[in-house]
Design a protein around this ligand. Structure first.
Ligand code: G3P
Ligand code: CA
Length: 225
């Protein structure tokens, strides 16, 4: 059962910061989950929303700022917004990285960065899962490099996700945990997919999805898993 820290260990440190990812490592997480957008000058930025309004002291679209400008804004008055490159360097193969593609144009840049770390720094494809609710970006990823493991995100329908996962030969299906029951978890696993539900935080919900024998759990508090 993989313990995957949602946006880093979000229950303990501000989401999608190097500090949250370090906390996830300190808690012996098997993986971290994070979200990516592009800056105006084409850098991969780790942030959940398409604007910086909720999580920093600035305002505006992530895609309207250069990397240097984004670095001038602060999260909780002290932390900077990280790049994906910085997170890779922090994690340094110590756990799995589930990269959720949020912003337009992120797929080819993420594929290129993964390929660079595999060819130059001895990382393995198994260190990564690319997921997205925007399935066209998953198809794009798979077309660019079919070896990259893909997790099909869904908050609506397991059967549709299952059909798409088969089509693009995904590795995992990442469903909203509320969609799960023992039968559909078994059905996905029988077809060869890992089942990695999100965002499972309460002890009661963690116990429930564990009883379905999922392959991993994405949680703000991975230590509770
Ligand atoms: O990857 C699972 C989960 O992170 C999807 O929802 O809104 O937290 O990105 P959200
Ligand atoms: Ca996410």
């Amino acid at each position: 059962m993989l313990k995957i820290a949602h946006r880093g260990a979000k229950a303990y440190e501000p989401e999608n910061t190097l500090q949250a990812f370090q906390k996830a490592l300190d808690l012996n997480s098997d993986g971290i989950e994070l979200d990516v957008h592009l800056s105006s000058d084409g850098h991969l930025i780790v942030i959940h929303d398409e604007t910086i309004d909720r999580t920093t002291n600035g305002k505006g679209l992530v895609s309207s700022f250069s990397l240097a400008e984004l670095k001038s804004f602060l999260i909780d008055e002290k932390y900077q917004i990280p790049t994906l490159n910085e997170v890779f360097n922090l994690v340094d193969k110590k756990c799995l990285i589930n990269i959720e593609l949020k912003g337009l144009g992120t797929a080819p840049k993420v594929v290129a960065l993964i390929e660079k770390y595999i060819s130059e720094k001895n990382w393995k494809y198994e260190h990564f899962i690319i997921s997205s609710f925007e399935w066209n970006m998953l198809e794009e990823t798979s077309n660019l490099n079919p070896k990259i493991p893909i997790g099909v995100l869904t908050e609506e329908n397991i059967n549709t996700a299952l059909a798409f996962a088969e089509k693009i030969k995904a590795k995992a299906i990442n469903p909203d945990f509320n969609l799960l029951n023992e039968e559909n978890v078994h059905q996905m696993q029988e077809k060869g997919f890992l089942v990695l539900p999100w965002t499972v935080n309460s002890e009661q919900d963690i116990q429930k999805v564990k009883s379905y024998q999922v392959n991993g759990i994405i949680s703000d508090n991975p230590d509770k898993i």
